[in-house]
Design a protein around this ligand. Structure first.
Ligand SMILES: Cc1cc2nc3c(=O)[nH]c(=O)nc-3n(C[C@H](O)[C@H](O)[C@H](O)COP(=O)(O)OP(=O)(O)OC[C@H]3O[C@@H](n4cnc5c(N)ncnc54)[C@H](O)[C@@H]3O)c2cc1C
Length: 335
């Protein structure tokens, strides 16, 4: 997501660019649920820079939609179920804070507007959520970059870079600047191997529910359940995501799957009938303070890294790619 967003902006600005992408490396973006949620986490706090990030993301994805004739950016009704009385008290406090007034609809008391999800403590609807169909976005961008002859599908070996004046030569491909957007794989790069990235593994299940149909939207109760109407009353539900700090193994985990199913049954009842269609897993490249990284190499001013998109790549990628363009056009110092 980081690299493709940057390449898209470079393309729109008519820069010459080449993308290297290893076809067989696991990528978080292939698994991302793509939610942009203004209020997240246990404490229901406003996401970092969200007022700046949301309009940028909207403009960015809508530009791609219009240019490529695709449909990947959607509004997302969100309903967060309280998991204990403290959670409900916290929400009551939050909605009184004028800073949050724009993000919440009134609290729904226990049992109101039932849709089949167990509701012991009430819930709160969150406004201004969106979701990006990230796997579809990635597939379409990849086709576009390929059609423009910009994509080389192979592993980039940064140790083979040769410096030429102020630029670089990589097996005959010459560049003024190189930007590494490697997600959790940054450890193989001698220039940026020490980036403070904490890998957090996440598993996601695509499921079909029998005898129950939830209105399209996102339901959050410990974990999220995304109800997607694929058209003609064909509903797919996406359930996720597990959270395993420090694990960089992208193989789907049986323990994570079992944990997610337990949460699903807690939401919809122990006798729920369902089929699992797919089980995918990815590694979120996170940072200690959950803020992304845009770094210029301390010795080589033409080498950059964009990383640390964490759990919020859909909102961060459009912003970081714009920062990079600003950096090369205006020598901005916000790195
Ligand atoms: C289960 C799960 C759910 C998520 N849900 C959300 C969500 O709801 N909302 C949200 O905003 N974010 C979500 N995320 C987070 C989001 O997926 C990440 O923030 C984002 O995908 C990170 O993008 P990236 O480009 O930095 O890394 P990646 O997508 O991992 O991409 C790294 C790329 O670098 C390439 N690469 C690495 N090394 C090399 C090399 N040497 N040579 C060539 N290519 C190389 C890889 O092939 C890969 O394509 C979720 C993540 C997971 C795992």
């Amino acid at each position: 997501m980081a690299g493709s967003s940057l390449a898209w902006r470079l393309d729109r600005k008519k820069y010459t660019y080449t993308i290297f992408d290893a076809p067989n490396l696991a990528s978080a973006s292939q698994v991302a649920a793509g939610f942009i949620n203004p209020v997240t986490g246990k404490w229901m706090t406003e996401s970092w820079k969200i007022d700046t990030l949301m309009p940028k993301a909207k403009a960015f994805y809508q530009d791609i939609e219009q240019s490529l004739g695709i449909n990947i950016y959607h509004e997302l009704p969100i309903r967060r179920y309280f998991i204990n009385p403290e959670d409900a008290i916290r929400a009551r406090r939050r909605i009184k804070n004028p800073r949050y007034a724009n993000y919440f609809d009134p609290i729904l008391e226990k049992g109101s507007e039932p849709i089949g999800i167990s509701d012991d403590f009430g819930s709160i609807p969150i406004r201004h959520g969106n979701w990006v169909n990230v796997p579809s976005l990635m597939k379409n961008l990849k086709s576009y970059f390929k059609s423009q002859g910009r994509l080389i599908e192979e592993t980039f070996d940064a140790s083979k870079l040769v410096q030429e004046g102020t630029g670089w030569n990589y097996h005959g491909v010459k560049a003024n600047n190189i930007i590494f957007c490697q997600g959790a794989h940054r450890g193989n790069n001698p220039f940026f191997k020490d980036l403070p990235i904490i890998p957090i593994k996440g598993d996601v299940l695509d499921i079909r529910l029998k005898d129950i149909q939830l209105p399209p939207g996102l339901y959050y109760k410990k974990r999220w359940l995304h109800s997607l109407n694929l058209g003609n009353s064909d509903f797919l539900y996406r359930l996720g995501a597990s959270y395993e700090v420090g694990n960089s193994d992208a193989e789907p985990s049986i323990t994570a799957k079992e944990g997610l199913i337990e949460i699903l049954k807690n939401m919809l009842g122990p006798d729920l009938l369902f089929d699992i269609e797919t089980h995918r897993s990815g590694i979120r490249p996170t940072t200690e303070d959950a803020k992304p990284l845009f770094i210029k190499h301390p010795k080589h001013s033409s080498l950059f890294a964009i990383n640390g998109l964490g759990s919020k790549g859909s909102a961060f990628a459009p912003y970081l790619s714009e920062l990079f363009i600003d950096q090369i056009e205006n020598h901005s110092s916000e790195c």
